[in-house]
Design a protein around this ligand. Sequence first.
Ligand SMILES: Nc1nc2c(c(=O)[nH]1)N[C@H]1C(S)=C(S)[C@@H](COP(=O)(O)O)O[C@H]1N2
Ligand SMILES: [Mo]
Length: 176
Amino acid sequence: MLRKILVAFALLLLPQVALAHGTVLTVYGKIANSNRGPVDPFVDVFLEIQGIAFDKAMTFTWTELEALGMEEMTVQYPNWPGAVTVKGPRLSAVLAAAGAEGDKVRVAAVDGYSYEFEREVIDSGAFILALEADGKPLAMGGRGPSWLVFPPGSVPFLDSKDDTGLVWAVMLIEVK
Ligand SMILES: Nc1nc2c(c(=O)[nH]1)N[C@H]1C(S)=C(S)[C@@H](COP(=O)(O)O)O[C@H]1N2
Ligand SMILES: [Mo]
């Protein structure tokens, strides 16, 4: 009985362990810091089929993102059922860790959706790369592994009637 409970518990934790130790975010483009080399067509098959190419990049595990400092923020958009409290590092902190040098930042998701922001808008606003929402880690199949969240009105000229630009299932950041 105890063994069954332990096994069930371990299985529940498995996805989190994988996210903790494996890369959940890759930052590439105009960056000064890097911890990996070029796209390898075999290893990096999903980047390859999406036509993503770089010579170097900075990768982050869940744990590394968490270590950049978890900030909490509660936001609500008109098309949401209610307010959501997210927790995660500031996007500015992620960009600083990668030594981002460009003035434009494109945040791209697993499904191919992406949105581009001016660096100064990111740095002067409250842009959180959320790892948790309402106390729960974001899931693959949900809005995970990370979700870019900023309050309505953060981006000039972006209509705040819905949450356009709040990229969920974030996988890549391109600094331009
Ligand atoms: N990964 C991903 N994030 C996304 C989108 C998307 O299609 N894919 N759509 C964006 C848009 S345009 C809006 S309005 C909100 C809500 O869209 P959704 O209902 O498709 O999530 O999520 C934003 N983030
Ligand atoms: Mo949208």
